[in-house]
Design a protein around this ligand. Structure first.
Ligand code: NAP
Length: 281
């Protein structure tokens, strides 16, 4: 029997509705949750992503400001803008759209954001909070993946999860979140020998690589839950993930599609973080 689809669009819709309700409650108390996005340069993908973030926010009642700067903005000027936004009580979430132009140090810029407003969850303090189980903002993409497993009622306790990819924004935080749910976690990467031997043992597989067909049907244990984070283009130019969807869905128990899987969930979790930043303020 083919795998059940985990519908990221439907789930993200539900989450946006919940955010809308909680936002209305905050507004009734006189608090307007507000996200401020800083975009430096003309990267075409970043322009699309930031437009979506603003549209999602306003649709759910959050205020969103997109502040654009030219690619040659000096780093010091960006840091000064962040300092001003940190000090502004009307701004609850600050997001610096990545990638930044090459003359900027992205780490330095992200570390300049007040952790209480770090709604992307990329600050070292946010990473430390996730690591230690303290309250903080979790990065949106892995958090969205976890919500997808929650949505199918997946009990991670004692299960073996394999995360393919170890970036600071997806793979590593994903592994920590799964560990916090008492899964046994294996992290794989480009130097992992015998990837297939690892994935074949997994009850849950999260693919976060950025290469097509990293995970094929022969690498998946029957019934496994497969979460596809990857965003790639196929030969026809269509968006696709890291997983050979048509093959893997014949073996897996659950699978997320691309598009319509992790992408919309990532967007929804940014709204949740922004709302929570306002609730905590
Ligand atoms: P990244 O920083 O490039 O990390 C990719 C990871 O994959 C690295 O850890 C790399 O290993 C590993 N890798 C590369 N080739 C491999 C192979 N053949 N076998 C096993 N592991 C391999 O990418 P990222 O930022 O984490 O993003 C990963 C993908 O998710 C991209 O397609 C990105 O577009 C997508 N993404 C989607 C969303 C969404 O909302 N849907 C959000 C964020 C990212 P090494 O560490 O050894 O180099």
């Amino acid at each position: 029997m083919p795998a059940q689809l985990i519908d990221g669009n439907a789930l993200a819709h539900q989450i946006r509705q919940q955010v809308q309700g909680r936002t209305a409650a905050l507004k009734a108390r006189g608090v307007q949750p507000a996200l401020h996005i800083l975009l430096v340069g003309e990267d075409p993908a970043s322009q699309v992503y930031t437009r979506h973030k603003v549209a999602d926010s306003t649709e759910t009642g959050l205020a969103a400001t997109l502040e654009r700067h030219p690619a040659d903005l000096p780093e010091a000027a960006l840091l000064a803008r962040i300092a001003a936004l940190n000090a502004d009580p009307a701004v609850h979430g600050i997001l610096v759209q990545l990638p930044l132009p090459a003359h900027m140090n992205a780490h330095k810029v992200i570390e300049a954001i007040a952790p209480a407003k770090d709604v992307d969850g990329f600050h070292v303090q946010s990473a430390g909070a996730l690591m230690t189980g303290l309250p903080g903002f979790w990065p949106c993409t892995p958090h969205g993946c976890l919500k997808m497993l929650d949505a199918i009622g997946y009990d991670l306790r004692g299960k073996h999860a394999v995360v393919i990819g170890r970036s600071n924004i997806v793979g590593k935080p994903m592994a920590l979140m799964l560990l916090q749910r008492d899964a046994t976690v294996t992290i794989c990467h480009s130097r992992t020998a015998h990837l297939k031997a690892q994935t074949l043992q997994a009850d849950v597989i999260v693919a976060a690589v950025g290469k097509r067909n990293v995970l094929t049907a022969d690498m998946v244990k029957p019934g496994a839950a497969v979460i596809d984070v990857g965003m790639n283009r196929n030969d026809a130019g269509k968006l696709c993930g890291d997983v050979d969807f048509d093959g893997v869905r014949q073996v897996a128990g659950w699978i997320t599609p691309v598009p319509g899987g992790v992408g919309p969930m990532t967007r929804a979790m940014l709204l949740v973080n922004t709302l929570e930043a306002a609730e905590r303020a």
